[in-house]
Design a protein around this ligand. Structure first.
Ligand code: NAP
Length: 273
């Protein structure tokens, strides 16, 4: 039986085993997908055991920390400087970034173009990928951040400019002004258990066509509820989580999945929350 894992710390409640189980079923494969939490000081010691797996996924705080242990990086892992999927091939570990596939396929599934004015809330790990990818697709990107994130956002804006040639605007979250074609929430604001929080005021949502909240628990954050009530297009984060797992299976097994088989998994995972 092929063995897989998710490494991170802490891992808490994760839907990854259930998502991967559904993908194994679609592929007709038997696989065991386990959560493998361990503290950062154990990362080096865990690598030999990780090499005995078919593949593994990587989450916070190891998306960058795993890179020195890898033999090879895919183009996407190099571009985003982060790895969330590793394929163990003989004694080599090959790192990729499928978060971006998850994002792009979610946007495509909802018919959302990554053009025009796009505002990304937050400048952390996933915000960085959104900023680089949206700029690559030709969008005019604004990073909306809190005071304490200013230095990080300035570094990210420079990185985006270096990688894409596009200049990125920076605004403070508490005085954010639109209009925007798309707002992407890349902060944990509104995530379970602090579900009453919303990263931007209603006035900003009013000036926006589409809201994508990459949080998937709860299914409908306050931000998404505001968007829905204002008749804006509102997209939750579960699709991105499922599609990044699909892209990992494509890497591990070379499988091609039918979109019609994947979409029900998104709804079923929301039902498990
Ligand atoms: P991260 O690296 O910790 O970045 C979080 C960003 O949000 C940072 O810029 C942080 O600012 C900012 N932030 C945190 N608390 C805030 C607050 N109260 N007000 C304003 N800004 C705040 O985390 P990440 O890995 O990018 O993940 C961000 C979110 O995306 C999480 O909710 C995660 O679950 C979700 N996510 C979803 C998927 C998916 O597949 N759907 C994939 C990846 C991540 P500072 O730097 O100043 O702290």
């Amino acid at each position: 039986m092929n063995r897989y894992a998710l490494i991170g710390y802490p891992l808490g409640h994760s839907l990854s085993p259930q998502i991967h189980e559904r993908l194994f079923q679609l592929e007709g494969l038997t696989g065991e997908y386990r959560l493998q939490p361990f503290p950062p000081e154990q990362l080096a010691a865990q690598v030999p055991a990780l090499k005995t797996l078919t593949g593994f996924n990587v989450t916070i705080p190891y998306k960058q920390a795993i890179i020195p242990y890898l033999s090879e990086l895919s183009e996407s892992a190099r571009l985003y400087g982060a790895v969330n999927t590793v394929h163990c091939v003989d004694d080599r570990l090959v790192g990729s970034n499928t978060d971006c596939d998850g994002f792009l396929r979610t946007m495509a599934a909802h018919g959302v173009s990554l053009t025009g004015d796009i505002c990304i809330l937050g400048a952390g790990g996933v915000g960085r990928m959104f900023a680089i990818e949206c700029a690559r697709q030709g969008a005019s990107v604004t990073l909306a951040i809190r005071e304490s994130t200013q230095q990080k956002a300035a570094v990210l804006a420079q990185e985006v400019a270096a990688k894409t040639g596009a200049s990125v605007k920076i605004q403070m979250l508490d005085s954010l002004k639109g209009p925007f074609h798309l707002i992407i929430n890349a902060t944990p604001v509104g995530m379970f258990p602090k579900v009453d929080a919303c990263p931007v005021p209603l006035s900003v949502v009013e000036q926006t066509d589409v809201v994508f909240d990459c949080i998937y628990n709860p299914a409908e954050t306050v931000l998404l509820r505001h968007a829905r009530e204002l008749h804006k297009q509102a997209i939750g984060g579960m699709g991105m989580l499922v599609w990044q797992a699909v892209a990992a299976h494509e890497i591990w097994h070379g499988t091609t999945f039918d979109t019609a088989h994947i979409l029900p998994i998104v709804g079923d995972m929301y039902a498990l929350l």
